[in-house]
Ligand binder design. Structure first.
Ligand code: ATP
Ligand code: RIB
Length: 308
């Protein structure tokens, strides 16, 4: 039985093109494929957690334009309640322009957060009870940071375990990090926050120490195709990822974070949760897109059984 969890974060429409190579400045490249789909780090993580079997409260904000329908359609498709969706009548739904190199699967992303960067105190007051009665709150850094600061403070005060996915990186106050149950940067963000380049267990331990000193309880650093570093104050380890043929790694971090949240809500420890989340992420990188690439619980369980 999974505990209730809240994902508070961005929704944007992903406009993704695959291209033979990423364009240089002033270069125009003919792409080979285009796909529009639901995206945004918050939404991707919420959908991943929900499809993995989590009891998810998804809080985000969209415009009243046609792009906003991409969010409501995606929620309807997977049966995720729309009760905590806010609307801004004056600001357009956010979008992300995503270019994926079809040979290397490297990507470049420009995000215009739009409505999801206009979350107000009034919006937050409407979801306060849901946040305070959750076992975990997961946030990223893609919505307006003042809103993030408020919900994180509210959750900590209510004894809710807070997970901060530090993506995309932006400066954070020490108060924001202090008392967090877990931070989940990727290796680039870990370096941006700590100043330490993470390339092996020793350097990851040094970066983790910086987070511990800032009052964070546990640290997890995703390392792309090298897997994930997981650390408590007593133990740290790099867990390799599952070997699969990746075709689009955009949103792999979101898949991981969503899977990790659901696993924690089911009572799995950090190490078991990392394995579950890596399975979810390994399935997602074999498909194109972000939210549409998130697997179902049946697919995750079958994959784990096959790789046991
Ligand atoms: P993004 O910003 O694109 O969402 P990220 O940088 O936040 O990604 P990564 O560290 O690239 O996240 O990946 C997160 C997790 O996804 C990894 O820890 C790993 O488990 C899984 N993963 C990523 N790339 C691959 C791959 N090529 N094969 C298998 N698993 C992968
Ligand atoms: O992490 C991937 C996400 O980052 C994409 O869905 C895009 O919307 C950007 O926000």
């Amino acid at each position: 039985m999974s505990q209730k969890v809240t994902v508070f974060g961005s929704f944007v429409v992903d406009l993704m093109a695959r291209t033979p190579h990423l364009p240089a400045p002033a270069e125009t490249v003919k792409g080979s494929f285009f796909k529009q789909g639901a995206g945004g780090k918050g939404f991707n993580q919420g959908i991943a957690a929900h499809k993995a079997g989590g009891n998810v409260v998804m809080i985000t904000k969209i415009g009243t334009d046609s792009m906003g329908k991409v969010a409501t359609d995606a929620m309807d498709e997977v049966g995720l309640p729309k009760d905590y969706l806010f609307y801004n009548e004056d600001v357009a739904t956010g979008i992300a322009l995503i270019l994926v190199d079809e040979n290397t699967s490297q990507n470049e992303i420009v995000i215009v957060p739009g409505a999801c960067s206009t979350i107000t105190d009034e919006d937050i007051a409407k979801v306060a009870d849901e946040i305070k009665s959750s076992a975990y709150l997961l946030v990223q850094l893609e919505v307006n940071q003042d809103a993030n600061e408020k919900v994180v403070k509210m959750a900590k005060e209510a004894g809710v375990r807070v997970i901060i996915n530090t993506a995309p990186y932006q400066p954070m106050t020490d108060e924001f990090l202090n008392g967090a149950y877990l931070v989940t940067p990727n290796e680039v963000e870990a370096e941006e926050v700590t100043g330490i380049a993470v390339n092996d267990l020793e350097s990851a331990d040094k970066a983790a120490k910086v987070f511990f000193d800032k009052g964070v309880e546990n640290v997890l650093i995703t390392l792309g195709s090298r897997g994930v570093y997981v650390a408590t104050k007593e133990r740290s380890e790099i867990i390799p990822c599952f070997k699969v043929k990746a075709i689009d790694t955009t949103g792999a971090g979101d898949a991981f974070n969503g899977g990790f949240l659901t696993a924690l809500s089911e009572g799995k420890d950090l190490w078991e949760a990392a394995r579950f989340a890596q399975a979810l992420a390994a399935l997602s990188v074999q498909r194109m897109g972000t939210t549409p690439a998130m697997p179902t619980r049946e697919e995750i369980d079958a994959f784990l059984a096959e790789r046991a």
